[in-house]
Design a protein around this ligand. Sequence first.
Ligand code: PLP
Length: 371
Amino acid sequence: MPQSFHPPQRMLLGPGPSDVSPRVLEAMARPTIGHLDPQFVAMMDELKSMLQYALRTKNALTLPVSAPGSAGMETAFVNLVEPGDTVIVCQNGVFGGRMKENVERCGATPAMVEDEWGQPVDPQKLEDALKAHPEARTVAFVQAETSTGAESDTRTLVEIAHRHDCLAIVDAVTALGGTPIETDAWGIDAIYSGSQKCLSCTPGLSPVSFSEAAIARIRARTHKVQSWFLDLNLVMGYWGQGAKRAYHHTAPINALYGLHESLVMLQEEGLENAWARHRSNHIALRDGLEAMGLSFIVATDYRLPQLNAVRVPAGVDEAAVRAALLTDYSIEIGAGLGPLAGQIWRIGLMGYASNPRNVYVLLGALESILA
Ligand code: PLP
């Protein structure tokens, strides 16, 4: 007879998901109501305005896609890219590669701007690629590369894209809530994130936001968006502010209660305070790791506070250390990906998990395992 599943209580200090606040879990256990219930619709409106707060935008088209960050990414590409387009994709880690896949599956051609893993996107390389591809209509890049812990300069990259008459798609899955994002002030055209990182919610929702210029591009499309589920023309009918809501898909009701609660928590703390908390806990972790002789792969100027990529010391079995952390201390940290596999650990201090207690428990556990 199958038994109920009772997961262990972990400390999630990897690249995500991160620890979910008990307040969010409690919110998700509240009664399920209908997705067109007036009280649910009122909650959706509030959720939308809290997402606008978190993303620093007045974009009317701001909503959580009912699926994980990859679906937010796909929403941006399938709506903004048409067959035959050229899209400049900046790649400095895993997720730029996923963007390239998206572009190809839209029937468009990716023109790649490659930077080494651990480096930010080089604005000069983007400028050169745009000069070489005057036909390009879109630029896409990742602000916070979760595979390396490097942060790119979104403001500068968006400014370059606009100077070449391109719209800018920004991946903010790991960035949102942990590091500054100014959707409107930086002129971002399409941005997507995930619920499971610095927002401290469960995985499975992807906040997205689109500028007026992006909406104009969507309205002017000559090809139907190939994905029915992610076609914003249809999704807007359900999430559209003020407009009569029409059934599109059954919203993940309780998951949205969770995101609502996590955004209430973010507003209570204040966005700038959340950024400062991520920074100060990162500094405490950095000091402890460096005191143990460990070093970072990303230079100080580009280092994300919420994702710390640390070199595995020579002679240390990196998988055995992660296994010991999980088995003996119930702490999860991440491994390296792609060319960094076996070379780094990825330590996340994201959202609710970014606190001094976690920093010191992890440092103590690591020190005893490495001793
Ligand atoms: N983009 C980045 C930068 C990510 O870190 C992730 C997930 O880790 C994704 C996209 C995809 O998000 P998800 O795993 O929620 O689909």
